[in-house]
Design a protein around this ligand. Sequence first.
Ligand SMILES: Nc1c(C(=O)O)ncn1[C@@H]1O[C@H](COP(=O)(O)O)[C@@H](O)[C@H]1O
Length: 169
Amino acid sequence: MAKPFVAILMGSDSDFPKVEAALNVLEKFDIPVEVRVHSAHRTPDATHHYVKDADQRGCAVFIACAGMAAHLAGVVASLTIKPVIGVPIDAGPLDGMDALLSTSQMPGGIPVATVAIGKAGAKNAGYLALQIIALQYAELQKALLEDRKNNAAEVLEKNQALQEKLQAR
Ligand SMILES: Nc1c(C(=O)O)ncn1[C@@H]1O[C@H](COP(=O)(O)O)[C@@H](O)[C@H]1O
């Protein structure tokens, strides 16, 4: 079976420093990714065309990232029945609270799986996309379990280092 790909869309190139966290995770697991700037507000026709086309070409999961009046993820979700993960970006004076609400408060029937605001949310969007794809790929399941183990070992090591520091006080 050919590997499916993930499409990462963002409303503006100014979002990229935060969105990059999703890309990093997907690249770490060798999942093909397409990254595009498409705004539901500013480039509605191009957004519509890209989502329909990507859907047909085998996109497995869409990650849509936007700040402020973040309608991008909702619009993407209206155009496909593939899973759409929404990342609210902390842009503008409301620090992402506006984007969080406009991404998550979707009307019934058109879901957007909304993650946390900003970089941490983008990272989790990458992992969530992997977990969705892993439902059909045993190898990816193994890699994700291994990654969890490594992360846990890192945390335990940090705890050990902290205990040693505290004992030396
Ligand atoms: N929320 C949206 C959409 C959309 O939802 O279609 N398009 C752009 N934007 C957001 O506007 C913010 C400011 O954009 P600029 O930095 O380009 O002015 C960005 O966070 C972008 O995601």
